[in-house]
Design a protein around this ligand. Structure first.
Ligand SMILES: Nc1c(NC[C@H](O)[C@H](O)[C@H](O)CO)[nH]c(=O)[nH]c1=O
Ligand SMILES: CC(=O)[C@@H](O)COP(=O)(O)O
Length: 160
């Protein structure tokens, strides 16, 4: 319900550090790519809007949200990035698989934030319905990809 009172796409550029000298990794899950591509577009556009350059944005694709953890770890280890945005869309099905995928992905990304000195932003929608996902990836609630990009810039410059 919290999202209903907060548009995920609203930010004040004057309050965001310039991203011109920052390098970003974006790991994108292919599952529900109708959603994850919208999240990526939002994140990419927001990074550029805040001063990032295309050559400093590295995109890797993984099969599903569960693989975001390994993909984020590997992009940290090999691509000299200042922050990572992990993009996924998990939509509840008939079984409890949803809970395991969401829980493992969230915990795995949290663990990366503890293990490495590179912030990994959790841009994974965990929705009960497709409509909820649509609403949060460029729909009536905005785009969580934009929100994640701003968080990535803020965390990459934390304390600097
Ligand atoms: N059902 C969804 C999945 N499932 C796949 C897992 O993420 C993983 O790729 C598989 O278990 C193999 O390790 N992934 C999503 O991102 N979204 C879903 O709705
Ligand atoms: C999140 C999932 O893994 C889920 O979409 C798979 O669907 P089901 O639980 O019906 O197998």
């Amino acid at each position: 319900m919290a999202t209903e009172i907060k548009n995920l796409s609203v930010y004040n550029k004057d309050e965001i550090p310039n991203a011109k000298n920052l390098r970003f990794g974006i790991v994108v899950s292919a599952w529900n790519d109708n959603i994850t591509e919208q999240l990526f577009k939002g994140a990419f556009a927001a990074l550029i809007d805040c001063g990032a350059t295309e050559k400093n944005i590295v995109r890797w694709n993984v099969p599903g949200s569960f693989e975001l953890v390994f993909g984020s770890k590997k992009i940290i280890q090999t691509q000299n990035v200042d922050a990572v945005i992990a993009i996924g869309s998990v939509i509840r099905g008939e079984t409890s698989h949803f809970d395991y995928v969401c829980g493992a992905t969230a915990q795995g990304i949290k663990d990366l934030n503890v293990k490495f000195d590179v912030p990994v932003i959790f841009c994974v929608l965990t929705d009960d319905t497709l409509q909820q996902s649509i609403d949060r990836s460029g729909g009536k609630h905005g785009n969580k990809g934009i929100e994640a990009a701003i968080a990535a810039i803020q965390m990459a410059t934390l304390g600097k």
